[in-house]
Design a protein around this ligand. Structure first.
Ligand SMILES: CC(C)(COP(=O)(O)OP(=O)(O)OC[C@H]1O[C@@H](n2cnc3c(N)ncnc32)[C@H](O)[C@@H]1OP(=O)(O)O)[C@@H](O)C(=O)NCCC(=O)NCCS
Length: 424
């Protein structure tokens, strides 16, 4: 398509961009507001008309205990009259270029069309699961455990919530970071006069020990009980008594609510308490969550000390054998990972440079390895990676172990991270 121009947003594009979204999503209200700075909005123009759009929303995520910059891809759309001609892929190419230039190391999205993104290196994070806890399973007692209080969120406490969330998020991979601004936005969002959204703090012995936020069903879906949905639950201390008290409190809003749903994988402790109570997890179906690692050297350098920690344990166990340097080749793009005692560094190298050890991997699978969904050994076994010589596989497994992936973000609160990311 010689006459296709893919570029960033100009102020005059607003109407054209909105029309494309409305047509593509078949909804008169589809939009990508609030817009980020223009350099994060991509438009495709064909013969002077806007035919494609997407927006990148810069955001910070925890990956392997480190806070790293990334983005969320939002409202990818091609005019239905121009689909299947390569416009969508041309827009994604531009997204990849912008992400690399801006140092946004991972791109996350939620989609009904995973194949389309899979072709450009995005990979499905995993199956979603939903835990549905019925009111009947929570028993009758209305008493809170001794020393426990549940109160509405308080805007003077946002600093405390942010601290709690940061400690909690660090345990997971792909949990969006939550700073003070993030909580100010949640607070405004919840207190906009709507009774749909809620945010409560949980106090134990007079100290704020967690919070729970989410929304209440506004109407009944056929064959489903009216539910309260938890979108975030952060707890310093987890026990059956505390969790049951929170769930009962959420349901006490109105007798009509018959179940609480948690549709992200929460922490192991919370899940363990719920599973022990006989709660079943189910696949809620619908969209898939996907991630792409945009910069191989960037992400390895950002995780350097974390990767190094895994390595030094292995080196110690091998009684002092030095860790080997390894070239990682992701779809032909090579970086040399140099392993020191406590950390790893990565730098791009020419494809022709000879390196003794090499892992060759497709970009989609590289996302799984970095996130800790599959180990390098798993990927070699499945044919998604090749390792030469095989003797370096145990070292790679120590560098990229399995991790608990919990993707949790509010796409509309990306503005909270702009300042922290140095974006004007
Ligand atoms: C998803 C969407 C953005 C794709 O846009 P598009 O411009 O049609 O994308 P492309 O043409 O680059 O690729 C679409 C498919 O056509 C194929 N294709 C690309 N160029 C082609 C060509 N010249 N001839 C025939 N097929 C072509 C691609 O291989 C791709 O294959 P896939 O269906 O296996 O993914 C578009 O379908 C859309 O707007 N959908 C509705 C909104 C939506 O769901 N957005 C995604 C939200 S996350």
């Amino acid at each position: 398509m010689d006459n296709l121009i893919v570029r960033t947003f100009d102020p005059g594009d607003e109407q054209g961009v909105n029309e494309v979204m409305r047509k593509a999503f078949k909804s008169p209200n589809a939009n990508a507001y609030p817009f980020p700075p223009s350099r994060f909005i991509v438009v495709a123009e064909l013969d002077g008309a806007i035919v494609g759009h997407t927006t990148l929303r810069p955001m910070m995520f925890y990956v392997a205990g480190k806070k790293i910059p990334g983005n969320v891809l939002h409202m990818v759309a091609t005019d239905p009259a121009q689909q299947k001609k390569g416009i969508g892929h041309a827009v994604l190419d531009r997204v990849i270029e912008i992400s690399e230039r801006e140092g946004q190391l991972v791109s996350v999205l939620e989609t009904p069309v995973p194949r389309f993104y899979g072709l450009k290196g995005w990979e499905i994070i995993g199956d979603r699961k939903e835990l549905v806890i019925s009111k009947a399973s929570l028993g009758e007692s209305k008493d809170l455990p001794p020393g426990m209080e549940i109160a509405d969120g308080n805007k003077d406490h946002v600093q405390v919530y942010a601290g709690l969330r940061e400690r909690f998020a660090r345990q997971f991979t792909l949990f969006a970071a939550g700073n003070v601004e993030y909580f100010q936005r949640i607070y405004e969002f919840v207190n906009n006069g709507s009774i749909v959204n809620f945010f409560h703090e949980i106090r134990l012995n007079g100290k704020i020990a967690g919070y729970v936020g989410g929304s209440r069903d506004a109407d009944v879906k056929e064959g489903e009980p009216l539910k309260v949905t938890i979108r975030e639950i952060v707890l310093d201390q987890v026990s059956d008594g505390i969790l049951v008290a929170i769930l009962r409190h959420l349901l006490s809003f109105d007798d009509e609510f018959q179940a609480v749903s948690i549709n992200f994988p929460v922490s192991k402790e919370i899940e363990a308490v719920l599973l022990a109570r006989g709660v079943k997890s189910r696949d809620p179906g619908g969209n898939k969550d996907m991630v792409r690692v945009n910069s191989v050297d960037g992400v390895i350098n950002a995780l350097g000390s974390e990767i190094g920690a895994g390595l030094s344990a292995l080196v110690k166990q091998r009684k002092g054998t030095r860790a080997e340097d390894i070239a990682i080749d992701v779809d032909g793009q090579r970086v040399l990972v140099q392993c020191g005692k406590e950390t790893c560094k990565a730098a791009k190298i020419d494809g022709t440079v000879a390196v003794k050890n090499q892992l060759s991997i497709i970009r989609n699978a590289f996302a799984w390895m970095v996130l800790g969904i599959k180990t390098p050994s798993d990927l070699v076994k499945s044919g998604a990676a090749r390792c030469n010589p095989a003797s370096i596989l145990p070292q790679l497994d120590a560098m990229f172990p399995k991790r608990l992936v919990v993707l949790n973000y509010y796409p509309n609160f990306y503005q909270a991270h702009l300042k922290e990311m140095g974006i004007k």
